[in-house]
Design a protein around this ligand. Structure first.
Ligand code: PEP
Ligand code: MG
Length: 326
């Protein structure tokens, strides 16, 4: 696979049986947006907005934010851009928003939780996203990071509704959000699984510690079981056409690093994920590997990965079922 340089021409990955999977890009600023568009990403599955806030003493104004978001959106006319609201705290402290002295910052008042005490930073950001979205030809989706309870989701969804921001969704980064996905998704429009944090919190292993890299591995069967739980919850919340009634499934994407690993991409699709968002560099390989399987085969490989005894055994079983990786 590595020997033949691959390209990606856009339009999503197409499995052997015709099933389509949206392939999106992770970006952090307008420069990344330009590169993602040049790489034919079908839109943006994760726009990390921290770039505007980091290394500043004060919050950027709504006008400054609106201009910056509009510039990013301008690269994706007619396409989806999923904006993640500010993810401060833990490894991204902000003097005007987070408490630098928390004993366990990864388990502290980070991301969406900062809005409990200082609501205006989030509401100002949502005002700016709404203004930029209104003036743009991109289809803007909004989501909040580090959601753990249904109350969190209800609160965020109502802030979005007040601003006519839709669809509004949540990141599934905590085991609690994954386990209660059916109830979470009854209150919002979509979920995007952040496998980097979901792995850290499932395995109780700091993602910044190199010595814990073997635990911070999204092939860990426990992590994949939570991805599966999220997809099952989404089907239940949306009304699975086969199992639960007439309405369409609520979309579930993955925007953590796992989405860019071709073997895991197959597993994620087999578990029921509808879109994968990754660094644009990974798009060609992921599209190619997905094109070698049917949805049924992806489901079978996913079942093996979830049921594996260890991360390594799961990965080996999936690779053995994907000759293109061999
Ligand atoms: C994640 O946690 O998987 C994610 C995509 O967010 P970040 O890496 O920015 O925490
Ligand atoms: Mg995260």
């Amino acid at each position: 696979l590595q020997k033949n340089p691959l390209t990606y021409e856009g339009g999503g990955a197409v499995l052997t049986d015709g099933t389509e999977v949206q392939l999106l890009a992770n970006i952090g600023n307008a420069q990344d947006a330009e590169k993602a568009a040049a790489a034919h990403a079908d839109g943006v599955g994760l726009f990390r907005t921290e770039f505007l806030f980091l290394d500043r003493e004060d919050e950027p104004s709504v006008e400054e934010q609106t201009t910056a978001y509009a510039e990013v959106f301008s690269h994706f006319p007619g396409q989806k851009v999923v904006v993640r609201t500010i993810d401060a705290g833990a490894d991204k402290p902000l003097p005007f928003l987070t408490d630098a002295d928390e004993p366990n910052p990864a388990l502290g008042v980070r991301a969406y939780r900062t809005s409990w005490e200082k609501r205006s930073v989030l509401t100002n950001q949502l005002d700016a996203i709404a203004a930029a979205a209104k003036a743009s030809e991109a289809t803007v989706w909004v989501m909040a990071p580090m959601i753990s309870t249904v109350e969190d989701t209800e609160d965020f969804a109502s802030m979005c509704r007040e601003r006519d921001l839709a669809p509004a969704g949540i990141m599934v980064e905590t085991p609690s959000a994954a386990i209660t996905a059916d109830r979470q998704l009854a209150e919002c429009d979509f979920a995007s699984i952040g496998t980097n944090d979901l792995t850290q919190y499932t395995m109780a292993a700091d993602r910044q510690l190199g010595s814990l890299a073997h635990l911070n591995n999204p092939w860990q069967p426990a992590v994949l079981a939570l991805v599966q739980a999220t997809c099952t919850g989404a089907r239940r919340a949306g009304g699975d056409p086969e199992a639960f009634g007439a309405k369409a499934n609520k979309p579930v994407g993955v925007c953590g690093e796992a989405a860019g690993d071709p073997g895991l991409a197959v597993v994620l699709v087999g578990l029921g994920v509808n879109s994968l968002s990754m660094t644009p560099r990974s798009l060609p390989t992921v599209a190619k590997v997905l094109s070698t399987v049917t949805l049924e085969q992806a489901k079978e490989l996913a079942a093996k990965a979830v049921a594996a005894r260890t991360a390594e055994e799961g990965r080996d079983a999936v690779r053995a079922g994907l000759p293109i990786l061999g």
